[in-house]
Design a protein. Sequence first.
Length: 321
Amino acid sequence: MSMDDTVRAAIPAELSDMVRSAKFADGIATIIADASGLGRSAAAQLQSELEQAVGKVPEVNEVRVALMADKVERRIVAVGSGKGGVGKSTLTTNLAVALARSGRKVGVVDADVYGPSQPLLLGTQNEKHRAEGQTLIPTETEFGVKLLSMGQLIEPGRAIAWRGPMVGQALGQLIEADWGDVDTLLVDLPPGTGDVQLTMLQKFKPAGALIVSTPQDLALIDATRAMDLFRQGEVPIIGLVENMSGYICPHCGEASNPFGHGGTESAAQGLGVPFLGRVPLDMAIRVASDTGQPPAANDLPQGEPFAAIAEQLSAWLDRTA
């Protein structure tokens, strides 16, 4: 057996498929391995395991491991609203879960620095983020979605009183984290058109923006302002979503529209942007969200509106790839 074969034979079976070549010369073993889809932490572990395994070969004095990886083409989708309380975070969570169920590698950035809610919605409020040096490591959720949120970096209930530069720096750390094989990054923006939105446009230009509104006129006026900001930044508007659209009484079955109905669709037509769909005002959605179990994670009726909107978002991403 040649020394090249001896070196390769020392590589653990579970790692052998990742090794592209194994060479030995002058006491040095050179290993080339494929680390595609691995984050920094997993890649470092792969390198360490290869070095330890091959280093046990008596003739080997030094192990050199070169890792190759295909660059992940990661696209950012901003989810915004003109005002708070329209269900933007709930929509972001469920879109992420639905996209993950369809096979995409999805991550969520909770960019609402002052009011982070994604840890609650994705059931990770008791978990803290890790970091390697200055690089954050996203949390793996049970729904196949990776998450980074300020809500997991500060003490529960603690107020954040930051000015613009600090907010921009925090957003940068969240987006520039070790996202590994994530190809679609949904950014749950705070309401309005402030520092986070401006930093996003200047440093991390999204592939597109999705705007959430309730049907009432006041929310639509603010949603129009949010769209205008993205248009000024030359970010395509993927479409509008109408949330809290209609309510079915669980007792009598009568339908009512406490926030109006159809206003977002009419606004989308008037503005010349796609209307992506409606999500009803449903107690079951609220209860599931509060318990960290997104409706889009199952096949119940409450998850269907989110799945339909996610399908349109996925089609948009494919068309514009």
